[in-house]
Design a protein. Structure first.
Length: 75
């Protein structure tokens, strides 16, 4: 998995044949609101909910990958 940053315009140009127009418009609006900087403040909601500090995603992903659970088929 990797993150590849793209602009809303590039996303809109790449998606018309994959998404209905109303869904595409909604996604562009959501991405714009989420990524415009108004949501940069952090909070302690994860710690409050879990009763422990939040973990870095990379650490979590590395630890889960080491269990090889992602390579197993569901039964």
């Amino acid at each position: 998995m990797r993150h590849e940053e793209t602009s809303a315009d590039a996303f809109a140009d790449a998606m018309p044949e994959h998404l209905p127009e109303d869904v595409l418009a909604l996604l562009i609006e959501l991405f714009t609101v989420v990524l415009d900087g108004r949501n940069v403040a952090t909070a302690n909601g994860v710690e409050e909910a879990l009763g422990r500090p939040a973990r870095d995603f990379r650490d979590w992903a590395r630890d889960v990958a080491a269990t090889e659970v992602w390579g197993k088929r569901a039964t």
